[in-house]
Design a protein around this ligand. Structure first.
Ligand SMILES: [Mn+2]
Length: 283
């Protein structure tokens, strides 16, 4: 029997293997959205996500699905300490007063049975309506409910595919080598994906379908995840936001205190950091 309350308590009582960086200068946002972390898989970019979580803070945090990959975990158990560290950080955040809303996706649908409940301060919802500081109402959902609506969902079938897993592994390998050579993180699959015409067409159809659903409900826009492609785009007068993923793109969607939205590309952020040594050399 799966008991998320017990799980939450156990993880919260642990000490993280990767100690939390105490940053008094954490960048604050009104809202943060992240999704498609895929904890429990080798593809999850835990290091970048830990860095992100230690660098930012917000009044509200939405976890927009596929945070834990139950599909993969069922096949083979893969749960390194760093994945605990992420869960620990998310729970800690809820304890410290951030409102954390978890909207399970298709890979963590095991949590959907707990919709309406909360565990360790994390509220579980099937979807949410977020009101921005400038008064726009946004539908927040994972997005897999639109797979059936989109006709040629080839790219999505590919997402659950062994070929995709291979690509992710190759991506990691390439980046291990690149790191050793002192080169910045580079997303192989992002490049591959944009070259595949069908994938681009699918993404476009998906985005349109999700935006239309929000418009039909009389809302100003939508925030979703699922297709691992961060985006901000208008469909008529409906705004579509996708917060991306932490497997390849390593992106988050944030709302500033004036209601302005922004997609953060965390790999670029980390790559662009000036190290103290470099600063000293430049001076
Ligand atoms: Mn998904």
């Amino acid at each position: 029997m799966f008991a998320p309350g017990e799980f939450a308590e156990r993880v919260a009582s642990l000490r993280p293997s990767e100690p939390e960086v105490r940053k008094s200068d954490r960048r604050r946002y009104r809202t943060i959205w992240i999704s498609d972390v895929h904890l429990g898989t080798r593809g999850c970019n835990a290091d970048l996500l830990i860095d992100f979580l230690d660098s930012v803070d917000s009044d509200t945090l939405y976890l927009v699905g596929d945070i834990i990959d139950g599909w993969r975990l069922k096949k083979s158990w893969y749960w390194p300490a760093k994945h605990n560290d992420i869960v620990w950080r998310l729970l800690k955040r809820a304890k410290r007063g951030t409102r954390v809303i978890y909207i399970p996706g298709n890979h963590d649908e095991v949590f959907r049975q707990f919709t309406g409940l909360s565990f360790g301060g994390v509220e579980i919802r099937s979807k949410a309506i977020h009101e921005t500081a400038d008064g726009r109402r946004l539908l927040v959902l994972h997005g897999d409910e639109f797979d059936a609506v989109v006709l040629y969902a080839r790219w999505l079938a590919f997402l659950g595919d062994a070929a995709y897993e291979m690509l992710m592994r190759l991506n990691m390998l390439v980046n291990k080598v690149r790191a050793r050579l002192g080169k910045p993180y580079w997303s192989l699959s992002k490049h591959a994906k944009h070259k595949v015409k069908n994938a681009v067409e699918f993404i476009s159809r998906f985005e349109e379908a999700v935006a239309k659903a929000a418009g039909d409900r009389g809302l100003d826009g939508v925030v979703c995840g699922h297709i691992h492609t961060a985006e901000e785009r208008m469909f008529g007068d409906v705004v579509y936001y996708n917060d991306g993923d932490w497997v390849e793109g390593c992106t988050a969607l944030v709302e500033h205190f004036n209601g302005e939205m922004e997609i953060l590309h965390w790999a670029d952020e980390v790559n662009g950091r000036v190290l103290p040594m470099q600063q000293a050399n430049a001076a």
